[in-house]
Design a protein around this ligand. Structure first.
Ligand SMILES: NC(=O)c1ccc[n+]([C@@H]2O[C@H](COP(=O)([O-])OP(=O)(O)OC[C@H]3O[C@@H](n4cnc5c(N)ncnc54)[C@H](O)[C@@H]3O)[C@@H](O)[C@H]2O)c1
Length: 302
């Protein structure tokens, strides 16, 4: 019997579907020390973002020769040494499409939150204050949204933002999208100079994209949203720009350390925050589960 280990949980409908198909599903989290020996006992390991599959896990599994497939339920596979696993003959797959709409909606929620101080008004009202004058916001309609990265999530946001009257410009390493794409491709420098809101939608990079230099090219009073990866921002540069007013406010769903320990960020009055919940919707989790079932059935079809 094909054995599947799900270390960070798996949607119950997916666990049931896999069991009905004759797979054995074990849901159990293991810490870094336990994981290498345990993962080696399974044909498939399914993780989300909490479990890290690094070289020791892959070495142990390759030695035992049972593990054939690692699945990341989600998009970013930076918690898996994927190239190394593939070198050792272990396939690595993810579920890239399942959560795009959910992440896009979270970005829209953060933009509304930033524009109308919702993140801050919630905090001050809980403290018994009524600071009506402090919260004169702006409309999103008519503003320019600059998307860095126009992949699955970027495109979803572009359509939503257009629907509420924003102008969308984007930059992407692959250049402009097909001719019928309604949104305007610009260089990164042009995007930085023109956008009122900038949102990040690229995979993690070795060097941050948002730095002292790129911030200096932005409009004064710009808003910044990062739901992609924390490494994309030089957070020290961003904090300095928040304090100087160069950046009005930012929204973050991803952090260098999760759970976040840096209280300069977690207590900052100009940051709208969520604890890495981009894909945390019932619909996305259902789709992630369906994709996992499909990947496993495909891999082990007899
Ligand atoms: N917060 C969350 O819970 C959550 C959930 C899902 C995805 N994400 C993150 O969102 C990001 C985007 O996901 P996606 O599904 O849209 O990915 P995608 O691969 O569909 O799109 C990424 C786009 O970025 C472009 N790109 C890559 N490097 C670039 C660079 N240096 N400069 C400009 N463009 C670049 C690519 O050409 C591509 O078009 C990923 O980092 C992913 O990890 C976060």
């Amino acid at each position: 019997m094909v054995r599947i280990l799900a270390t960070d949980g798996i949607e119950s409908s997916a666990a049931k579907a896999l069991t009905d198909l004759g797979f054995e599903v074990v849901q159990q989290f293991y810490n870094e020390n336990e994981l290498p020996a345990r993962a080696a006992e399974y044909d498939v390991v399914v993780v989300r973002s909490a479990t890290k599959i690094r070289k020791p896990v892959i070495d142990e599994a390759a030695k035992a020769g049972k593990l054939k497939l690692i699945i990341r339920g989600g998009v970013g596979i930076d918690n898996i040494d994927a190239e190394y696993a593939k070198e050792k003959g272990i396939d690595v797959q993810n579920t890239p499409k399942a959560s795009s709409a959910s992440v896009a909606e979270l970005v829209m929620a953060h933009m509304f939150s930033l524009a109308r101080f919702i993140y801050d008004a919630n905090v001050t009202m809980r403290a018994g204050k009524w600071e009506k004058k402090r919260y004169e916001g702006i409309e999103l309609s008519g503003k320019t949204l600059g998307l860095i990265g126009m992949g699955r999530i970027g495109r979803c946001i572009a359509n939503m933002a257009t629907g509420i009257g924003m102008k969308v410009i984007y930059t992407d390493i692959t250049g402009h999208l097909p001719i019928n794409e309604p949104h305007a491709f610009v260089t990164q420098d042009e995007l930085l100079a023109r956008a009122d809101f900038i949102s990040m939608h690229v995979p993690a990079t070795d060097k941050p994209i948002i730095t002292v230099e790129t911030i200096s090219k932005m409009k004064n009073g710009v808003y910044l949203i990062n739901t992609a990866r924390a490494a994309l921002l030089d957070i020290e540069a961003v904090l300095t720009a928040l304090d100087s007013g160069k950046i009005t406010a930012i929204a973050l769903d991803v952090f260098n350390e999760e759970p976040i320990k840096d209280t300069r960020i977690s207590t900052h009055p100009k940051i709208s925050m969520t604890p890495h919940i981009g894909a945390a919707t019932a619909e996305a989790q259902l789709r992630i589960g369906e994709d996992i079932v499909q990947i496993i059935s495909e891999k082990f079809k007899s």
